[in-house]
Ligand binder design. Structure first.
Ligand code: ACO
Length: 399
């Protein structure tokens, strides 16, 4: 049952009706969803009916997209059509490329570049879907999803003085993205690791960026505007911007024996440990475990096993210290620590972590926009005014 925020003014009329205050809207539900269930006490995440642990290491990006947008998994034929439809929409327009070149010349952060690029996607000209296999899909939002990885990879190359690579139609979304970064043939292990990451972060209840997207479409605005707004929300270090700093912290610690003193000093200074704590989870974020396992597999294959072991040690030390410094808060590992490790293992620089998060989360943002549009209700919470009242007007010469 959804309980709306009640206004005491309903029973006691007053000149200044005061809504009830829920700081940060914590614990407030505003609607229902079929997309994901976040069980903060049990540490479980369900994605469109599938347990995260069951689906994340198996589904491809395309399968997650289909699942979130239609509610079911695609058959072989539908998957093939979805691949083809994404492929024919991957290329960026000259205008978007020019914008990315400009951003590279100005050394903008990849997240700012992606926000600008996404805002320039000319989706009105997307070719019509040529198949009946994709009921529930539309050309515009498919174009958006298809172009996001191309834009991130293109920007990565442009800022290193390299030309963007042509998308390769035979490659999956994940493989083409990896190839688009460095032109290397992506191994099956790297493609699988990225698919696992993108599936893991594809949706997660009413997080800050999803809320932003829902607010925007609830006004009757369009999905591209909603995604541009969501990118802005995701960028913040308390949301999607944490993995870079989380990995920096591990590198700064450098050796297991330095972890405790380093983390203790941070907590003594009142600083937050990036990659720990969550608004909803009161136990270990289930995504952390899925990504830890994916990182373990990837690092066993072709990355620095010492870094994996160090991260494990930093995690255990941080969780123990957070229990000591914030007793009763139940602060545990969130998705970002192993996001950082996995994406680093894939060879991505720190400042590409959040844009890659955005590539995966776009599937969820668009699905939420659809749910919100179907509900058709404007999102408009209230604030409690606590400023002065009845101030006298003082003419400018007398102030
Ligand atoms: N390190 C140290 N202390 C922490 C941390 C942390 N990572 N997280 C919370 N706390 C402390 C706060 O300082 C506060 O202590 P106080 O009451 O003594 O002042 C208490 O725990 C409660 O913190 P809140 O900010 O009220 O908790 P909230 O639910 O609002 O915060 C958040 C959640 C923002 C994620 C927080 O845990 C945090 O800042 N974590 C670090 C950043 C991070 O990893 N962000 C990624 C989150 S996952 C995602 O969005 C994809």
């Amino acid at each position: 049952m959804i309980t709306e925020i009640s206004s005491p003014s309903a029973s006691a009329p007053s000149r200044h009706p005061t809504p009830e205050l829920y700081p940060g809207l914590a614990g407030v539900a505003m609607s229902t969803t079929r997309l994901s269930r976040v069980d903060g006490e049990g540490g479980r995440l369900t994605l469109a009916g599938h347990a995260l642990e069951d689906i994340a290491s198996r589904a491809t990006f395309e399968e997650m997209l289909y699942l979130l947008w239609t509610g079911g998994l695609p058959g072989q034929e539908q998957l093939g059509t979805l691949h083809d439809e994404l492929v024919r929409r991957r290329n960026l327009s000259p205008a978007t490329l020019e914008l990315l070149r400009h951003a590279a010349r100005r050394s903008m952060s990849p997240m700012d570049a992606l926000r600008m690029a996404a805002g320039s996607f000319d989706l009105a000209d997307e070719p019509a879907l040529d198949s009946t296999q994709l009921a529930g899909f539309d050309a515009t939002t498919l174009g958006l999803v298809a172009k996001m990885p191309t834009a991130v990879a293109a920007y990565h190359r442009l800022r290193r003085g390299e030309e963007p690579l042509e998308p390769r139609p035979e490659l999956s979304s994940s493989a083409d993205f990896l190839h688009g970064l460095d032109g290397r043939e992506p191994s099956a292990a790297r493609e699988r690791a990225l698919d696992t990451y993108l599936a893991t972060v594809s949706d997660h209840g009413l997080n800050a960026s999803t809320f932003t997207a829902r607010v925007i479409v609830s006004t009757g605005s369009d999905v591209l505007s909603a995604v541009v707004g969501a990118l802005g929300a995701l960028k913040g270090p308390l949301h999607g911007g944490a993995p870079g700093p989380a990995l920096d912290m591990v590198f700064e610690i450098g050796r297991p024996e330095r972890a405790e003193a380093f983390l203790r000093a941070k907590l003594e200074r009142g600083e937050r440990l990036m990659g720990f704590g969550h608004r909803v989870y009161r136990v270990r974020d289930p995504r952390a475990e899925v990504l830890r396992e994916a990182a373990r597999e990837l690092f066993a294959e072709d990355a620095d096993a010492g870094l994996y072991a160090l991260t494990r040690h930093v995690e255990r030390t941080a969780v123990a210290l957070l229990a000591e410094y914030k007793p009763g808060r139940r602060l545990d590992t969130n998705v970002e620590l192993y996001t950082a490790l996995l994406l680093h293992g894939l060879g991505l620089p720190n400042d590409l972590f959040t844009p890659v998060f955005a590539i995966g989360r776009t599937a969820g943002w668009v699905a939420h926009c659809r749910e919100q549009k179907a509900e058709g209700r404007l999102i408009r919470p209230r604030l409690v005014y606590d400023g002065p009242e009845d101030l006298p007007w003082v003419p400018v010469g007398e102030r």
